[in-house]
Design a protein. Structure first.
Length: 347
């Protein structure tokens, strides 16, 4: 009996240990990039060839951990850092994610440095997702921020619906609204169809909505449908910065339409059109993209994408990659052709 009791204790102990885990993960992305009409140090514009890191998705290194504490409840944490393959540098260690939380029958809750609820929300609906040709291209990263001092909660799914709530404290004594951010999300899924809407507010250090791309209100709505080998995605975002200075952009409409065709387990082809219209005569721009991804294995893929940015005569857009510094960056009234190709490896 003692032997059986000892064996039983060993099994229980092993099972308990196996319920806790820490996973190291990441990806490396390196390639070559071509951009036409790029401004040089002397102000002249010419074509630019460059080695680049992160055209298909920023190279990253992360740590994710979970511990089962019983009753369907788990304690989780995540650390995620972006880096450049071209020089091995990171702007700030774990600037992307550094949070701890809990999940269970109630849903999930986390605290710390987190993706904005808008970033989480629109990622699933952009045909080019994390590529620099994608959703952040025409809004200067306004729909792709991360916040510190953040509390995020996501509900379980009820009848196809689920919701999310996020609040980021200012961290400044006596200044409740200083740099404060908050948002709410509602999603619905039914078979091959899904839809989501997100409302987010980001304030400047004075508690105002003073810049269309850094301190503003955004209302995002999107839908997706998967039919066989095809996936269709469409979105619309209304952006408002009512406290922005007169004479600059204060309101904008932004959206995209994308189609993805999965030809085989190895080949995926994507086409998309992105458009932004800054109201009150502040200009518009359209970005057209066509790309393909070929999977060499479950972890390694080759990609190639070509994009063409049509820039309005009154418009000056600069779509900076994160954390890279190359960008769609034509002068007002000038168009730009971009091409990039490379290899992505997950580990």
């Amino acid at each position: 009996m003692k032997k059986f009791a000892g064996l039983g204790l060993l099994i229980v102990s092993s099972a308990a240990f196996s319920q806790s885990s820490v996973t190291l993960y990441g990806r490396l992305d390196a390639g070559v990039q071509y951009l036409s009409n790029v401004a040089g140090a002397d102000g002249r514009r010419s074509a630019l060839w460059s080695a680049d890191s992160g055209d298909d998705g920023a190279s990253a290194f992360g740590v994710y951990g979970t511990e089962d504490i019983g009753g369907g409840y788990k304690v989780n944490f995540k650390l995620l850092d972006y880096l450049l393959v071209t020089n091995g540098l990171s702007a700030t260690p774990f600037w992307n994610n550094a949070w701890v939380g809990m999940s269970g029958p109630f849903g999930s809750f986390r605290m710390g440095r987190d993706d904005s609820i808008l970033k989480d929300g629109n990622f699933d609906y952009d045909p080019f997702s994390q590529q620099h040709a994608g959703l952040a291209s025409l809004v200067r990263g306004a729909n792709w921020p991360n916040f510190s001092n953040t509390f995020s909660y996501y509900t379980p799914t009820f009848g196809g619906f689920d919701a999310g709530f996020q609040y980021s404290l200012s961290g400044v004594p006596g200044q409740f609204n200083s740099a404060r951010a908050d948002g709410v999300q509602l999603s619905y899924r039914l078979g091959a169809f899904s839809a989501r809407t997100v409302y987010q507010e980001v304030r400047d250090p004075n508690g105002k909505y003073s810049d269309l791309y850094t301190a503003q209100k955004q209302l995002f709505a999107a839908a997706a449908f998967v039919g066989g080998a095809f996936k269709v995605q469409v979105s619309y975002t209304y952006m408002a910065a009512p406290d922005a200075p007169l004479g600059g952009p204060r309101y904008a409409d932004f959206g995209w339409l994308g189609l993805t065709y999965t030809a085989s387990p190895f080949l995926r082809v994507t086409a998309a059109a992105y458009h932004i219209h800054q109201r009150d005569g502040q200009g518009s721009a359209t970005l057209l993209d066509l790309g393909q991804t070929y999977n060499l294995s479950k972890r390694t893929s080759l990609y190639a994408t070509v994009g063409y940015l049509i820039n309005g005569k009154n418009t000056n857009f600069s779509a900076v990659e994160q954390p890279e510094t190359s960008a769609w960056n034509p002068a007002p009234g000038h168009n730009q052709l971009g091409f990039y190709a490379g290899v992505m490896h997950y580990f």
